[in-house]
Design a protein around this ligand. Sequence first.
Ligand code: NAD
Length: 499
Amino acid sequence: MSQLTYSQWQSLAQHIDINGRAYINGQYCDAVSRKTFDCINPANGQLLAKIARCDTADADIAVAVAKAVFESGVWSQKSPAQRKKIMQRFALLMTKHSEELALLETLDMGKPISESVNVDVPGAINCVNWYAEAIDKIYDEVAPTQHNEIALITREAIGVVAAIVPWNFPLLMASWKFAPALTTGNCVILKPSEKSPLTAIFIAKLAEQAGIPKGVFQVLPGFGHEVGEALALSNDVDCLVFTGSTSVGKRLLQYSGQSNMKRVWLEAGGKSPNIIFADCIDLKKAAEAAAWGCFYNQGEVCVAGTRLLIESSIKAEFLPLLIEATKQIKPGDPLDPATTMGAIVDNVQMDQVLKYIDIAKEQGCSLVAGGEQWKQQSGGFYVNATIFDQVDNAMRIAQEEIFGPVMAVIEFDSIEQAISIANDSDYGLGAGIWTANLNTAHKVAKALRAGLVWVNNYNGGDMTIPFGGFKQSGNARDKSLHAIDKYTEIKTTLIKLED
Ligand code: NAD
């Protein structure tokens, strides 16, 4: 993607034509109710666009279309090689429009344009390509049955998949769902977050231009308690894939039980520990990684290393390095390519972050960096990178997901204590370990109840690694070939051979 200047991005932002309509059965349309809601730019609080406020009526239409199209076989019965070619064209069209996609992402949710350009958009394109490339190289199985039997174990598309996604990486999280779901032959209804619907709406037409038949990929913007709930309660949605908060994830499991027992796959919240042992190879490097591992994307990251566990003997040396690294991450205008930290997605989320900063102060934690609202004159929603020292793991800022730039520093004195603190959480998504000792690394990695463990790095990994959590961080995995399990049913066909 071309690297534009600040003024070029500002000029593009002034002229971009923003589409806020739903995409149903191959057409952009208003919500049946004609209702809309406001899409606000978090960098300045100004209106970007009016968005179709879909609800049950729109969900019913989209689900009926998806069901009929799935059953017609126009997509589900294409060969994997045919679907691969079409998905690759989809990725190519996304690449062609990557500048617009990056701009929409930044305007919509406030992340720095450099990250939209270099991480989110290329990451989503790579995800589409990755599943496209994989799909015609996966074989089914033959079970080791009796001599006079042949048992075929085949995977089939599950049907209508509703994908309900969050706002922190709108396009990337969506791609982790729709790419494997479409590639395996399903019909997908994507429900973006009401806080960040723009890129999902934009790519709908690209999918169809690529050759994905109409009705196979539909996009319904709207609120969770309206169109999200309607999809989750529908008897004709076969699978619900979700990334978002643990509380909403729990609700989706109930909706499934109240309706058709649709498969529900959840990627939920986190409160991830990043553990620095005294024998850490390079403290400066660990401090920089810890700062970015917590404050990247304004701290609005499910795997953010928000609990920094530090061995007492090196704390006095480590903390100044951490504070120094954190000073490099300052909120700025998301459209400036030099900005490393953007705006918080909206005023509700900003107030939540500020509330937790107050709670930490009230509970006696010691503020050693940040802790303030920032750039108020802009009309936008900014909070600077915040570190609290003297945190006890039982405190609210160590137990509850804040989903903003707030780090809690917690001391430990032994490997056992580090493991115990790290695992003392409702969540189990990510965890970091910094040590030179192979034995410590393996011992701690095995003991941690987390889906992702990074040793001497934080939040590394590409499409090849499964992504998801233990405990209340979810019940599924995105990325890698493991994600395909969510979008397929296993069928056994047992054939008896006559003598
Ligand atoms: P959220 O749970 O508020 O919303 C997520 C989605 O669910 C949105 O599209 C929303 O409209 C929808 N929704 C809300 N209520 C609903 C309902 N009653 N029925 C159906 N749908 C409903 O989460 P968020 O604030 O958008 O995102 C932040 C959360 O996402 C954090 O908890 C974060 O940890 C989590 N997250 C997890 C991962 C992961 O892979 N584990 C990745 C990114 C974000």
